[in-house]
Design a binder for this molecule. Sequence first.
Ligand SMILES: C[S@@+](CC[C@H](N)C(=O)[O-])C[C@H]1O[C@@H](n2cnc3c(N)ncnc32)[C@H](O)[C@@H]1O
Ligand SMILES: [Zn+2]
Length: 748
Amino acid sequence: MSEDIIRATIEPVDPASFQLLAVRICEMAAQRVLNLYRHNCKYCSNPVILSAVSVAAAKDELEPLELRYTCKCRDGLIREAPGGSAYYQCFDKRLDSEGVWWPDLDLAYPNGAPFIKRERYEKYRDLFTPRNLLALAYIWDSIENGDWSRRESFLLATLFRSIVHLCSRVSGDRRVRPLSAGWTQHSFWFAKNPVEINAWGAFYRKLHEYSGVIRSWQVITAGRSFRVGKTIDEVFRKRADIFVCTQDCATFLREIHESGHRVDYVFTDPPYNGMIQYGELSTMWNAWRPSKDFDSYIASIARSELTENRNQGKNIQDYYQHLRGALGQIAEVTRPGGYVHVTFSSPKVKYRNFTLRAARLAGLSFEKLHFQRSVRSSKKSIDQPFGSIFGDFIFRFRKPSSTSLPPDRRRLSMAELVHERVEYILKHRGEATPIHIAAAECERELFNAGFFDDDKALNRDVVDAMKRDESFRVSRDGSVTFACETRFTGTPLSLRVEKTVRERLAESRVVTYTDIWSAVLKEYPNSLTPDSTSITRSLQKYAIQKAGGVWEVKPAALRDRSTVHNRIILHCAKAFLAAGYEIAIGRPERSDAIFHSLRGRYSDICALIEIGSEKRTRLADHDRRRIANIDLAAWKIGDGLLPEVFLVEVETSTGFIDAFDRAQALLRSPKLDVTIAMMVTDRLRELQGRIGNRTTFRSVPDDIKRRTRVVAFDPGELTSLRKWKTLSQLIRRSPTWADLEAATRAVT
Ligand SMILES: C[S@@+](CC[C@H](N)C(=O)[O-])C[C@H]1O[C@@H](n2cnc3c(N)ncnc32)[C@H](O)[C@@H]1O
Ligand SMILES: [Zn+2]
């Protein structure tokens, strides 16, 4: 099925020929199929066509509960409760007597063992109402016996197969969507109340959908052409760009290996033990193939499907051996230094460890585990924003350039290794951390240390090790934290992320999630990679999502900057200028017209640090970006030993912590004498309150706190700030942050 879908997508016919093809198949099949759904309107008795029927199903009995149709005599959907229980009998007889072909199969393996997912169905025909199976058979008849080219009949058959499940009984009736069907269970679900949708309607909609696919593909390829090869060898020899195939990966990988060619990259999404029985379930579609093709299909899944399935005679050990073999072959055909991505979505530790162990024994090294939250949010993931593992894990492996395994660190116990890693990650992130992120870090280390090499590893769970470690606390929301809160240092990651998000918004006003995500990834790589929810939360705080998925900054997030906030900056800037300082205004503010007459650039202050050292060291981009967001900087190369720098941060609305973060790079430099003037207007009390419940500020180093003056003043007296004498005295006489903290501590 997947190969057909891919081919139908990447090698479509042109839209005009498809249009013609659609018209021809409609002419051939529509009437014959639609006749099966004829009915007379309960209001006007005129002939109508049923759109859908809600059905009651028992093991051997089917009964219509509600007929649904539209009629010219009134608006909207008409629902009718039919009388009589022999409704489907005539279709059953016709299936057997008309001589039209349909797949008469057992839902079983060639040796007679039943499909484990067949529920109460025994035969393929049981999956359908007799009418819908007959309807499908009629459409198939037109495809099989019409006068089509090979390409045409391939397209029609593929489109046909892709609607079969919608016409089956595995689709439960939903009264809110009375005309639609869907296969939502990973089994041949025996729905007690299935919906029987009009099979011709489903096929007709698919024809339409496919013309949409053709058009989208034209847009995607934009006239570029590529060559689809018939063998993998053509790709290696650069005679083709793409080769598509479905077969047992072992065979395919062996062919590659024997060709002597090596590949640069592998992406694989293998089955997660027996969670989904792809082979059995695909019978739904593959049944509609010539019987020799179907037989070889069933034989091939029984033989080589990678799964756990007792009726295929495969237990969990077989699954593991098979996976291990496949990853071994993958490692073999990957060139040294090449990458392998493996996705994995079972929350069960044991199965994850299987994958890790198989990869380790294949000689791959484990570089990174990325957790990709599912786009759909389940109820569970809303209740436990960190804890629930709803989504996919993506392991990144690399084939080492040398063949030796990484050094054995198994001298350390697993508990010791977990301890070391979790401590590292908590210190780095400065806050409680989603458990899957901490676990990923541990697993990477355990993997490379050889912990997954032996059987005992399979049931070991790093999360248990974290829980047992007394230095940490695993909370019920699924995060891990230091048992003793004071061990955190550094600004909490979520606040750093929030700042990055806001700065980006202030810079560009409109951003995409991807912009933000890549900015954050660059700034906080590897073990610092934040959970995507913290990005979403910050976005929701400062921006509104617009059509097309872009985020636009909320006016309120910038607004107060252009009023009191900006006027304070303006007055201070004038005072500094009058006293002979050079100044620069923060990038987010610069768009405000009140600053237009002022010049000054942040690159000049960066140059103070960068120039003059033996080696010119350029500040990192993210440091520059942060510095450029400082509300106001003023500096003078005076008589002192070091240039004197004032960083003015006006805290009229934000969380106080930003100032430290922006100023960091300048504060770190031994070449400057920096004072932060934190202009808090009348918010001194609020700040003291915040200092009182100190967790947020614990991370700021003491020497920075001593260099920060907390300047309180009456916001009604703004204009007095523009006099240098007033401003400089005000700053000099204000308490430092350290003073305030000491005072608050004395009180509590
Ligand atoms: C998790 S699914 C992949 C889903 C796919 N990435 C997608 O998004 O549609 C795993 C697939 O591996 C296939 N598979 C099972 N055993 C295999 C084998 N031995 N060789 C190759 N593919 C196999 C299954 O049929 C199934 O389609
Ligand atoms: Zn009517």
